[in-house]
Design a protein around this ligand. Structure first.
Ligand code: 13P
Length: 251
């Protein structure tokens, strides 16, 4: 089954509202009419509304970088799925390695977030990936399998089909060091194999798996040309509209 490519920009903790609007405008101007690739931008919470106003009549969708699983209440600093939905969000990044590394995200909290996102009618982008230490120590497969199984625990086939997985080797994030196309594809094949074991052929074949980690215009073509690489989750290069566009339309 042909999987439509999906390129998403994770702006992380960058952009004031003015900067976010300028960047969003740049994205709309360059790739806003693209329809053969799914495109999303994920600004910080503070800029979601303003960015939505700029992208809403284009093919660019809005994503958030995280969410809390509870519906509402005394959770100072947190934002719910309903809140995200109310400002035009479609996608929610869940389980980013920076959340796992710095903010206590676990496979169990990822699973709660994925379920909350789906229950709200939003679409999760679930991040998995090994650290350099884990890769060197031969633990890569075990770590990724634990993360994938943890994230999808208790999900129906129907819900699973609404998810995107982002394979982001931690050692390639923001380091300028990219997984080789073969390393990326091998990891994606492995991840697809886990989905196959859990949900069977059709679901595994339909699952989009993005690569994330120092993807740029000059390496995007090789990475995206791999059979099992279905898109990218872009950090640094998503902060310049021309670079982001160069990944959506790599030459
Ligand atoms: P970089 O593209 O800056 O390496 O970041 C990747 C990433 O973490 C996207 O979520």
């Amino acid at each position: 089954m042909a999987r439509k490519k999906f390129i998403a920009g994770n702006w992380k903790m960058n952009t004031t509202v003015e900067e976010a609007c300028a960047l969003a405008k740049g994205v709309v101007d360059t790739v806003g009419n693209v329809s053969d690739v799914d495109i999303a931008v994920c600004p910080p919470y503070t800029n979601l509304s303003a960015v939505y106003e700029i992208i809403k009549n284009s093919n660019v969708k809005l994503g958030a970088q995280d969410v809390h699983w509870e519906a509402k209440g005394a959770y100072t600093g947190k934002v719910s799925c309903a809140m995200l939905k109310s400002v035009g969000v479609t996608y929610v990044i869940v389980g980013h390695s920076e959340q796992r590394q710095y903010f206590g995200e676990t496979d169990a909290t990822v699973n709660k977030k994925v379920k909350a996102v789906l229950a709200a009618g939003l679409l999760p982008i679930i991040c998995v990936g090994e650290t350099l230490e884990e890769r060197k120590g031969g633990k890569m497969d075990a770590v990724i399998e634990r993360q994938v199984r943890g994230a999808f625990e208790g999900l129906s086939v129907e819900d699973t089909l609404k998810c995107t997985i982002a394979y982001e080797p931690v050692w390639a994030i923001g380091t300028g060091e990219t997984a080789t196309p073969k390393q990326a594809n091998d990891a994606h094949v492995f991840i697809r194999g886990i989905i196959f074991k859990l949900y069977g052929d059709e679901t595994a074949g339909a699952m989009r798996i993005q690569y994330g980690g120092s993807m740029k215009p000059d390496n995007a073509k090789d990475l995206l040309g791999q059979k099992d690489v279905d898109g990218g989750l872009i950090g640094g290069a998503a902060l310049k509209a021309t670079d982001f566009a160069g990944i959506v339309r790599p030459v």
